[in-house]
Design a protein around this ligand. Structure first.
Ligand SMILES: Cc1cc2nc3c(=O)[nH]c(=O)nc-3n(C[C@H](O)[C@H](O)[C@H](O)COP(=O)(O)OP(=O)(O)OC[C@H]3O[C@@H](n4cnc5c(N)ncnc54)[C@H](O)[C@@H]3O)c2cc1C
Length: 413
């Protein structure tokens, strides 16, 4: 009897899981269910090269390293089909049309979706950015000529959209309800530096400013953003980047543990025959002593691969089960962001830091390395246009270096 693995989510984590299953010799059926109509593609260029008009959207298509490319994986594609439910007892995934797909193994890789801002649901000219279709809609609006862009939310997506729109010659205002841009991702001190980077380029960054509502003109198109402080901004285009919510709606009632994502054990295992990976998955990190859910490209790859290996152990009956001693998934998270001519990279954790110290370069030059201390440990490293030192300090986080060791390294640098 053929063994079947169903992968729900036809994107980065799902594809890398499928690729790893094949690389490890799995020769059963791999059915990949994805609600987008497109073949898997990469999201990072959506806020960068493709939005900037430098790349066609087709350049984001994902490939695999195996000889023969993606076709050699012989995947059973179910694109444009949404999973609506899961019955772990019967080992079945329900699809939107009513079909039930039986599986021996299941990879949950449904990622996350942008949070919507009330009042934008039917508002023409207001967008979020997650998919290639979102990107093309925003790009078409930018192609129409110079305009006033209001970006709501100064997280990484908002900051990249602001940088790209500004680089294309649009007037850009960023609204952030919190007192610091990117504060959640980088901490207040380094978040403030990011705000200055945008101001350097002529972006108006308005902090501590909430949105009260929108005014539309002819055709229901946005014309003005009303602010919570009583002010208002004219706008031709609004891009909302206020974070994402993990796509777990289809798992409600299934018995799978959900808490800001699918809760896995330390090795990505969810339940018998089920693993999870990527933006949707939350797992206990021994390294950082916290339940983590990471929305980074690199994590989608490495976790997808790890989950595939764990699933194979489950299918082979060599899985130790919950609490067992299967190899934990415990990476040092890493991401990059491109804004203007700066490459920003963060490895490790910035949240909960007791101290942030610049050890290389100068924030005023927008070229520096900053280290984050948690207790006696080096918890994270942030670099702006300093890729080599970033890698060196990342290796220190990797081997759980103490703060003193990191300082000694900084002194030697
Ligand atoms: C614009 C943008 C720029 C980014 N830039 C960077 C960057 O510079 N650096 C970085 O580290 N990271 C970046 N990221 C983050 C990175 O792209 C994500 O971490 C990565 O895409 C996560 O992959 P994933 O496969 O877990 O989830 P996703 O890519 O979200 O894929 C999940 C897929 O599952 C589908 N799906 C959801 N629910 C269902 C269902 N019920 N049935 C079937 N299919 C379903 C979704 O439609 C989607 O296609 C960026 C993200 C975006 C959106």
């Amino acid at each position: 009897m053929t063994t079947r693995v169903v992968v729900v989510g036809a994107s980065l984590a799902g594809l890398r899981a499928a690729e790893e299953l094949r690389a490890r010799g799995f020769d059963g059926t791999i059915t990949v269910v994805g609600d987008e109509p497109h073949a898997p593609y990469d999201r990072p260029p959506l806020s960068k090269q493709i939005l900037a008009g430098k790349w066609p959207a087709s350049r984001a298509e994902l490939d695999v390293s195996a000889e023969g490319g993606i076709d050699a994986l012989a995947l059973d594609w179910r694109l444009g089909e949404r999973a609506t439910g899961l019955d772990p007892g019967a080992r079945e995934v329900a699809l939107v049309g009513g079909e039930r797909l039986g599986y021996d193994g299941l990879v949950i890789a449904t990622g996350a979706a942008p949070r919507e801002l009330p009042g934008t649901e039917d508002l023409a000219g207001a967008h979020t950015l997650r998919t290639v279709d979102d990107c093309e809609a925003i790009r078409a609006a930018l192609d129409a000529g110079p305009g006033r862009v209001v970006v709501v939310g100064a997280g990484f997506i908002g900051a990249e959209v602001a940088a790209t729109c500004r680089s294309r010659g649009h007037e850009v205002t960023v609204l952030e309800a919190l007192p610091v841009p990117l504060g959640r991702a980088l901490g207040d001190e380094m978040g403030a530096v990011m705000g200055e980077l945008h101001r350097d380029h002529g972006v108006e960054v308005r902090l501590g400013t909430g949105v009260a509502g929108f005014e539309a003109g002819a055709g229901g198109r946005v014309e003005r953003v009303r602010l919570a402080d009583g002010g208002a901004l004219d706008a031709d285009l609004v891009v909302v980047g206020i974070g994402v919510t993990p796509n777990t709606g289809w798992l409600e009632g299934s018995g799978v543990a959900l808490d800001d994502g699918v809760v896995c054990n330390a090795s990505t295992w969810v339940a018998p025959g089920i693993v999870a990976a990527g933006d949707v998955a939350r797992w206990p990190s021994h390294r950082f002593g916290e339940l983590m859910r990471v929305e980074h490209w690199d994590n989608a790859i490495t976790m997808g691969e790890h989950a595939a290996r764990r699933l194979l152990a489950d299918l082979a009956g060599t899985d130790p089960g919950p609490g067992g001693s299967h190899e934990p998934y415990d990476p040092v998270p890493w991401f990059w962001s491109d804004q203007y001519d700066r490459k920003i990279q963060l490895a490790g954790r910035s949240s909960g830091a007791d101290e942030v110290r610049v050890v290389d370069g100068d924030v005023a030059d927008r070229r520096f390395v900053a280290l984050y201390r948690r207790g006696e440990r080096l918890a994270g490293v942030l670099a702006m246009n300093r890729p080599r030192p970033l890698m060196a300090y990342r290796a220190l986080v990797e081997r759980r270096a103490t703060w003193d060791e990191a300082m000694a390294e900084a002194g030697a640098a």
